[in-house]
Ligand binder design. Sequence first.
Ligand code: CTP
Length: 399
Amino acid sequence: MLRHKKIILGITGGIAAYKCAMLVRLLVKEGAEVKVILTKAATDFVTPQTLSVLSKNEVTLDFFDKHFNWNNHVHLAEWADVMLIAPLTANTLAKMAQGLCDNVLLATYLSAKTKTIVAPAMDLDMYQHPSVKQNLETIKTFGNLIIPAEHGELASGLTGEGRMAEPETIVEFLKNYVSENLTLHGKTALVNAGATYEAIDPVRFIGNRSSGKMGLAIAETLAAQGAEVTLVLGANRVEIKNKALKLINAESSDEMFEAMISNFQNKDIVICSAAVADYKPAKPSGEKIKKKDEILNLELVKTKDILSELGKQKTNQLLVGFALETQNIIEYAQQKLKNKQLDMIIANSASEQGSGFGADTNKITIIDKHNKITNFELKPKQQVATDIVNYIIKLINKK
Ligand code: CTP
């Protein structure tokens, strides 16, 4: 959830600052990019060097660095997806409540357009003081989120409420915040990908060269945007490492039909990117076919068209198909869009260099049901997946 998320960690001068080394490590492990700002008081508890090594970024200490370059708090604030202040002392809290700005951390906070999440840490009586309570309420009204202090032994020797939430708790809080704010949070998606194998006999099949890369990239992009994704993967033996995807394996077109139909009803987004065989052997042999005659005739029958069936059963799902063509790309894709009752189709060319099966890149054209045609450049499949998912998000928002 925190992969590639840009986080500013502001550390103020409380003993809990020592825990921030671990906090930075956990955030980086989650894939976040972290930039640390330390107040002067915080440097008494934790060193900039430690935090710089752990965050793999320079630490900001003042409006000017040691070479007298101006640390632009506005750029820092713009860079961030989220700002975290941990530990938050009573002093910085009071300044946040008042809009005071006597250090680079407060200047960045006041400039930030993103959410600020704070983890207060104080001694027992300070945390209970009416002014602290009031200031916490005040900064809440500004839209800041508070990770409450925990109960336990305090640095003073007293026991009670005031300890900064543990780094693991802070990371969990951030993950929940990020996931709840993703565009497709609460949406469900069903994607099929890869090739089907149609049995001729127990050891032979009719298949195709689809790698499943495009569908997998789409499934992962939908999941990264917060959707709950079920991926129905064809006969490709690729390892799916992404734990966010619910995986169903389907080898033949019949198995894929079954998996797609039975998982279709409660989905918001359904994308058929699989290269499903159009024909299958009419009577697959139960035994290995022996080599005898000069000519072997194989009778083929049409497979069930999964996407057409989904189009018929569609209630509220946004249904997306692919059209892989070698000629008359737009025209054929428009026909498929209409015949299969889709909301959008992604057309690509099997004959264009760098496009289609097996390639790491793709060049697509999206056509929606209002016949709006959008062409995209040749790009890596991961970026193509982003274009597709962004288009889907636009359509969902219009629904
Ligand atoms: N499709 C499907 N079931 C099939 C065949 C295709 O669900 N038995 C889906 C594909 O996943 C794709 C879309 O239909 O999203 C178009 O597939 P394509 O192979 O381009 O077209 P076909 O409908 O099979 O027609 P043709 O092969 O004649 O172009």
